[in-house]
Structures are given as C-alpha cells and as structure tokens.
Design a protein around this ligand. Structure first.
Ligand code: IMO
Ligand code: MG
Length: 422
C-alpha cells in the first residue's frame, strides 16, 4: 500500500503527464484531484500523441483504474468527447474510469461567464483558458453548483438549473431549459456507468495494498491560495489539495514528486521574474514547442527560477524532483539560473506573496556553462555532457531536493532515472 503524488511545481505545463506515464506501469490507480479541462496533459508513446484534459493519463495502461475525484470540475460535454476520441484509439473504459458523484459540473454557462469576465476586465484579465473553471469553482463555493450525481435526478436537476440561472441573473427560457435537460440526460446515459463514490474506492484500494498515483494539474504557482494570486487557477494545486480533492485522509499520501522544467514557462498574465523577452526566450520557445496544448497560446519563457522552485518544494513537502525538457536547452548559448531576488537594495529571503513585489523583483543569476550536444538519446546521467550534469547539480542544490528523474525527450523511454547522491 502506497501512494505517490506527481505535482507540477511552477506555473503548469511541466510535463507532469510524461512523468505520470513513466511511473504509470506500476500504478493500480491514477487519480485527478483538482482542476478540470483547463489541463492539457500530453503523452507521446510509440509515435502516437495523446492529449488529456480531464481523463487521467493512466488510462493508457491497461492495468490502471482511473479516478476523477470530487475536487475536479467536470465539463460533461468535453469529457464525453475526450472519452469517445480515446475509445477510437482502442482504449477501453469499462470498469476502468470512476467519476465521483460529488464532482461539480462545468456547464456552457460557466464558459460564457469565464469569457465574459475576461473580456470585461480588459488589461486586468487573468488570461484564463476560458474553460469555465473559475465560475464553476465559484458556484461550488456559493452552493449553487450542479454536481455529477445530480444528473441522476431529472426533477432535482431542473430545480438546480433554474436556481443556478437565477443566481447569475441569466435568463433561462423554457425551450432552453428543455434542450439543456435533454442534452444532459443524453450525456448522463453515456457517463453514468462511471459514477462512483471514489473516496470509498480509494480508501479500500489503499488499505488493500494498491499503488495510487495522483496526477496533479496546473502547478503550485497557480494554486488559488499559495500561487501568484490573482493570476492563478481556482483550485488548490498543492499536495494539500489531494486530501480535499479525493477524500483520502492526508496520512495516506506517502510520497510527493515535484516536476520542474529545466527552464520556466507561464501562460496567461501575471508576474514572471525570470521571463526572457529576447531571442534566447524565442529560441527556447521554438525548441521546446512551447505553445499551449489546451489553447494553443505561445507560452512565456524564462530561466529556471530556484527561488520560486524552493518555495514550491517546501509547500509540497517534496521528497524528490523530476526535471523535464532538459534536451530543449541544448544549443542555448546563454544559460542562467535565478538564485535570488533583489527588491531595491534588499535581497529577499523568501518568495514574495504580493504581486506588486513579485513584479518588481530583479533576479540574481548564476551563469551556467551551455552545451551543444543533442542529449535526447542519453540513457544515463553519465552520458550527459558535463555542463548539463553541472546544471542539474545546481538545481538540486538550490531546490535542496534530490533529482530522481530527468526527461530528455517526449517519449516514455527518453527518461533518465537517477540514484540520487543525497
Ligand atoms: P496543465 O495541467 C498551464 C493558467 C491559465 C491562466 C490561469 C487561470 O496543463 O499544467 P483557468 O482557466 O485555470 O482559470 O486559468 O491558469 N492555467 C494553466 N497554465 N498549464 C495548465 O494546466 C493550466 N491551467 C490553467 O493560463 O493563466
Ligand atoms: Mg497546460
């Protein structure tokens, strides 16, 4: 009996799914505990590319059961489409996917509200994925959400829909209500077999010796409480969110593995101290294909930020880290790692909590020796150029956590497992 969380530790897109996939061959359960279809988890295996938004990426392994916990907001329309697309690729779902009855739904109304708010805010916008995530979580907190299990009770559902639209001062004509109820009934007919009390399932599984893998979505710096608020997502992305998002007692989380890119990226608005608005950033963006898998937006790119990384390692109580996309840095002529923040003539001791401070800090950099060689075929640490190994050592020392995995390419087998020195 054991459990392991794989968590994005920056602003999302750290290649969490690649790491989940690498570890997934031993997983009995792969569990999403927060977020929704704002996630874009990409896996490349044997020439096939898979992009997951709501389905846990463990579905690729036949022996894994997949859980969408009550902390996840579910867009039933996109979930159904995602399942159908995966079925077409030959992936079986029967008795393998479990969706918690308590998971709140993202409805078309939430997407309209999300986009409407973004448009209205203009310069103040968050730069959301416009998937309706914020409004869906807000409705949960406001106690007007419709939950997956509500779909089993048409009369109750009708009442809840009327209540929801009233809450938002939105018109819901009789015809629109009727068609929405019909659409939801059709979706539920397809999805109801997945409905479960996933807290019971996971509790029993843990006690009976299963290996449970938690697949984080987004990243710690997007956490609603500890991230770079207000430029965050609307869920708790940190390890502490796992218990809240699954109902599994916190003591049943045995291990946390944090995923960091070898550099930094961010999509959407908000401060980004190490951002590179120059040709080096452009080169990393091109080499790393840094364009959103959910929205297609070009990602903002910057140097590795060890101040932020140490902060997120602590918040998640990381046991170890995985460094992804190291291969992307091959041939980047100027490599640096941020070792500190200066605010005026003061060196900050910790990661600022206020966006005004974070937007004003000047990074202090350590120059690193670049390397040119293509490392995408390296199967062990000793095969990496010395400069790349030194680069990893700097990260390990500054984040103060052992590096356990290094990813040097998209494919499952382009992963180096390290026996750490610490
Ligand atoms: P994965 O799981 C990167 C960002 C959005 C925006 C902010 C709020 O693929 O790492 P939201 O739609 O959640 O209300 O948007 O959060 N964001 C992500 N950035 N990767 C993600 O997921 C993200 N999910 C949300 O760009 O800045
Ligand atoms: Mg993403």
């Amino acid at each position: 009996m054991s459990s392991l969380a794989v968590l994005g530790c920056m602003w999302g897109d750290e290649a969490k799914a690649k790491i989940v996939d690498y570890l997934g061959d031993k997983a009995d359960f792969v569990v999403r505990f927060q977020g929704g279809s704002n996630a874009g988890h990409t896996i490349h295996n044997q020439g096939q590319k898979y992009v997951f938004h709501s389905v846990p990426s463990g579905i690729l392994y036949k022996q894994s059961k997949c859980v969408i916990g009550p902390g996840v907001v579910i867009d039933p329309f996109s979930l159904k489409a995602e399942i159908d697309a995966l079925k077409k690729l030959g992936i079986a779902f029967e008795n393998r996917l479990f969706i918690d009855e308590r998971a709140p739904l993202v409805l078309p109304l939430h997407q309209i509200l999300d986009s409407g708010t973004e448009d209205k805010l203009g310069k103040q916008k968050i730069g959301t994925t416009r998937r309706g995530i914020g409004p869906a979580y807000s409705d949960l907190a406001s106690r007007v959400a419709i939950r997956f299990g509500d779909l089993a009770y048409p009369e109750w559902l009708e009442d809840r829909l009327l209540n929801l639209y009233k809450f938002h001062n939105e018109k819901l004509s009789a015809a629109k209500l009727k068609s929405l109820l019909k659409e939801l009934a059709e979706l539920y007919a397809d999805l109801k077999d997945f409905s479960a009390k996933t807290d019971e399932l996971l509790y029993e599984a843990y006690l009976s010796g299963a290996f449970i893998l938690f697949e984080g979505a987004q990243g710690t710096l997007l956490d609603i409480s500890f991230g770079t608020y207000p430029y965050v997502t609307s869920s708790n992305t940190i390890a502490g969110g796992i218990s809240i998002g699954t109902g599994l007692p916190p003591r049943m989380l045995d291990r946390t593995l944090g995923v960091y890119k070898a550099y930094s990226t961010r999509v959407g608005e908000g401060p980004f101290p190490t951002e590179l608005k120059n040709e080096i950033g452009d080169r990393i963006r091109t080499q790393g294909n840094e364009f959103g898998s959910t929205t297609g937006r070009p990602r903002r790119v910057g140097y590795f930020d060890a101040v932020a990384a140490a902060y997120t390692a602590r918040l998640n109580g990381l046991d170890a880290i995985a460094v992804s996309l190291l291969d992307v840095l091959s041939g980047i002529s100027e490599l640096k790692i941020c070792t500190g923040y200066w605010l005026g003539n003061k060196r900050l001791e910790s990661f600022p909590s206020h966006p005004l401070e974070l937007s004003k800090v000047e990074p202090e950099y350590l120059d690193c020796v670049p390397w040119d060689a293509d490392i995408s075929g390296c199967k062990s640490l000793s095969r990496l150029p010395k400069a790349a190994r030194d680069y990893l050592d700097v990260i390990q020392d500054l984040v103060d956590r052992p590096i356990e995995l290094v990813s040097v390419g998209k494919d499952r087998n382009q992963t180096i497992k390290i026996k750490s020195k610490k």
